[in-house]
Design a protein around this ligand. Structure first.
Ligand SMILES: Nc1ncnc2c1ncn2[C@@H]1O[C@H](COP(=O)(O)OP(=O)(O)OP(=O)(O)O)[C@@H](O)[C@H]1O
Ligand SMILES: [Mg+2]
Length: 292
């Protein structure tokens, strides 16, 4: 499976939201990271086939998507960023409705509903009205919906919003297991959600994809740029104005700060092992010249 984006632009009136996306995705999990308004949802909606680009095309295994839209739709699963549920539907009604829209055969649909409800931990709640589901339960219902047709391409827009830490780990395991021989693209603000499972991560800003590489490559790029330093509590506000801080932990009357900087930020600072969150801050805050 090869999903290729060629010169994708998207304008809303005079606003250019996507500014030339050229990239190819193959089987495996890809993370799409970027700040609010970067254009992640816009790109995802184009890939999911619910929006057309202003320019450029999407190719699936070399075929232009616009020539095979119906077939494409049967091969993808899509979880939108914002889903509204019919208030008089139970969880099971909703999944049956989604299965019917996808044209799934009834017997197969019922088996899939039971199997997926179990894997997202909703088996005991399927008879309940979706309107009373918690945010995390609604998200899990949406994930089950996206997986109903065992899609070859799974596109998830902020799938872990509202999930608690235990649910996020479960979600990662479901996606990891599902992604074998399939293509999964997921956008998120939660960096650790893609750090361990994504084959490659795309960092997006202002409608362009700056880089697409592995978490290890992002992390090695900042080797030597992550520091811990002790700062007296009363100096923290001033210190924060000049550097990018990724974490602060109180230690007695001092603060232990984690700093992203190409130069040693203070005489006592010690280098520490970087992670992907540090790399994200380096790309989106440090290189832009903004302190946290
Ligand atoms: N239908 C629309 N009409 C006009 N502007 C839009 C429309 N959809 C998106 N935009 C604008 O396009 C830009 C990118 O929005 P998009 O939702 O793709 O960003 P995002 O990266 O998904 O952000 P978030 O992290 O907040 O979900 C924003 O400035 C947004 O206001
Ligand atoms: Mg979005």
């Amino acid at each position: 499976m090869k999903l290729c984006m060629e010169g994708i632009f998207k304008n809303f009136k005079n606003k250019e939201v996507l500014k030339g996306i050229d990239t190819t995705l193959e089987n495996g999990v890809y993370g799409l990271l970027g700040p609010n308004g970067a254009g992640k949802t816009t790109l995802i909606r184009i890939l999911a086939g619910v929006m057309e680009p202003s320019q450029g095309k999407v190719l699936i295994d070399g075929r232009d998507k616009s020539t095979c839209d119906d077939e494409y739709r049967s091969r993808i699963g899509y979880l939108p960023q914002d889903v509204s549920y019919y208030t008089d539907f139970t969880g099971r009604d909703y999944l049956r409705f989604a299965a019917a829209l996808k044209g799934l055969e009834k017997g197969y649909a019922e088996k899939q509903i039971e199997k997926l409800a179990d894997s997202v931990g909703l088996s005991d709640d399927l008879h309940r009205n979706c309107a009373v589901y918690s945010g995390g339960m609604k998200r899990r219902l949406g994930i089950a919906q996206a997986l109903l047709n065992e899609p070859e391409i799974l596109i998830l827009d902020e799938p872990t919003t509202g999930l608690d830490p235990h649910e996020r780990i479960k979600f990662r395991n479901i996606i990891s297991a599902f992604s074998k021989d399939r293509l999964v693209l997921l956008s998120t603000h939660i960096v650790p959600d893609v750090e361990s499972i994504a084959k490659e991560i795309m960092m997006m800003e202002y409608g362009t994809i700056g880089r697409k590489c592995t978490a290890e490559e992002y992390i090695s790029q900042i080797d030597g740029f992550v520091w811990t330093a002790m700062v007296p509590m009363e100096q923290l506000v001033e210190f924060q104005k000049n550097v990018v801080i990724s974490n602060v932990v109180p230690r007695g009357d001092m603060m232990e700060v984690r700093v992203i900087d190409e130069k040693k930020p203070s005489s006592d600072a010690k280098n520490t092992t970087p992670n992907l969150e540090d790399a994200y801050l380096y790309v989106f805050n440090y290189l832009k010249g903004g302190a946290a």
